[in-house]
Design a protein around this ligand. Structure first.
Ligand SMILES: Nc1ncnc2c1ncn2[C@@H]1O[C@H](COP(=O)(O)OP(=O)(O)O)[C@@H](O)[C@H]1O
Ligand SMILES: N[C@@H](CCOP(=O)(O)O)C(=O)O
Length: 364
């Protein structure tokens, strides 16, 4: 029996200024996994026979790619983030490998390492892939737990899984569950073992790690994404943040966060309110120097210089810059790009709507 299905997962923009590790917007640009499973009955330990037949992939998966990351991402199923994540989900649920043969074609429009949630989308796609391949029947809420074992900040993951404009937090866990959540990534996603199945069962996630709420969104607001032509690993951009903050820095952000989540639901949006509510003291001041031209952009492009603009922030960990706007999208993008170009960095712009629905599986 042949089963064919597509999984689509939206890009995302996290933080939106003051909501560091809290707010996420799902963006209408989708990572797509086109999956063909030719024999669903063979999901047993067939690692060695699969290896023998394909001669290449340790799990007998044919993984092909087009789009962003085509040249650079690993195509081996035990190295690729999407398939490693799916293997993690399968192994937590008593299945050792993919059914053989499995073919996966990835179409990826989300640029890697730019702050548009490429790794979050890959992790969400991988968890959904594991759920579908293993026919596990996990709910989206339970799948979020698996995602959060791999990417520990809930903002991108929740937006990519659930869609829309979301706020999320990680639940405080019991001592026992905290220990399980802190398990090193290498144990959750074991390093490639050259196809040798050690039989180890990875730690399953605690139940209900992340909670979220989906806010309304004013549909006339679009996301103008200015994407510089260089990668900034999220780990590096988290590495420049301080270990502690003053009360005034924290209060500054809390005040704005409380206003911003409702301000973005009102029509017509109040540009003066939103612009100020998108200011931040928790991450942007420390990351600014990693993005040439950003200080200039933040200081000089405002709703009074550019009607239609509502606010500007770093998208996720950067280097993409996110401008929320209701009008004049092209002129806002051109002005931001010019200031980044002045620093010798080229960039491109994309104007995106919100992805209201989040991740989806479509049977073919
Ligand atoms: N579609 C994908 N397939 C495989 N790996 C991916 C994919 N997308 C992202 N990754 C992995 O995630 C890394 C980028 O993650 P990260 O630094 O968090 O940036 P981003 O802001 O884009 O999420 C890539 O270098 C790659 O290792
Ligand atoms: N809250 C995180 C978000 C990272 O998003 P990404 O799209 O850059 O992976 C952070 O700011 O570090």
């Amino acid at each position: 029996m042949v089963r064919k299905f597509d999984i689509s997962v939206p890009a995302s923009s996290a933080n939106i200024g003051p909501g560091f590790d809290v707010l996420g917007l799902a963006l209408a640009s989708y990572l797509e996994l086109q999956v063909v499973v030719e024999d669903e009955s063979s999901n047993e330990d067939k690692v060695s026979s699969a290896q023998g037949e394909t001669g290449q992939d340790p799990h007998g998966v044919t993984l092909t790619y087009s789009g962003e990351g085509e040249a650079s991402v690993p195509k081996n199923s035990d190295q690729n983030l999407i398939t490693r994540t799916a293997l993690y989900v399968l192994r937590c649920n008593g299945l050792r490998t993919f059914p053989h043969p499995t073919r996966i074609h990835v179409v990826n429009p989300i640029p890697l390492g730019r702050g548009m949630g490429s790794s979050g989308a890959a992790v969400v796609g991988g968890v959904i892939l594991g759920n579908e391949i293993g026919q596990l029947g996990l709910s989206k809420q339970r799948m979020l737990d698996y995602c959060l074992m791999i990417e520990r900040h809930p903002d991108n993951i929740t937006a990519a899984m659930m869609g829309g404009f979301v706020g999320s937090y990680l639940r405080e866990l019991s001592a026992e569950d905290t220990a399980r959540k802190e398990i090193p990534l290498s144990e959750v996603l074991p390093e490639p073992a050259g196809g040798i199945d050690t039989g180890l069962v990875p730690p399953a996630p605690p139940m209900d790690i992340g909670h979220h709420i989906k806010y309304d969104w004013t549909p006339e607001i679009k996301c103008v994404c200015i994407i510089p032509d260089f990668e900034l690993a999220t780990a590096k951009a988290r590495g420049v943040l301080p270990g502690s903050y003053t009360a005034s820095q924290v209060i500054f952000n809390l005040q704005r966060l409380a206003v911003l989540t409702t301000a973005l639901t009102r029509s017509p949006p109040d540009a003066g309110l939103i612009f100020e509510a998108m200011q931040d003291k928790i991450h942007q001041p420390f990351r600014k120097n990693l993005i040439p031209g950003l200080s200039d952009v933040l200081a000089n492009i405002t709703p009074s210089t550019h009607p239609g603009l509502l606010g500007i922030c770093i998208s996720g960990a950067g280097p993409t810059i996110l401008a929320l706007a209701t009008d004049n999208f092209d002129s806002i993008a051109t002005e931001i790009m010019a200031r980044i170009n002045q620093e010798g960095v080229s960039c491109k712009a994309r104007v995106l709507d919100l992805a209201y629905e989040g991740s989806q599986v479509v049977e073919k």
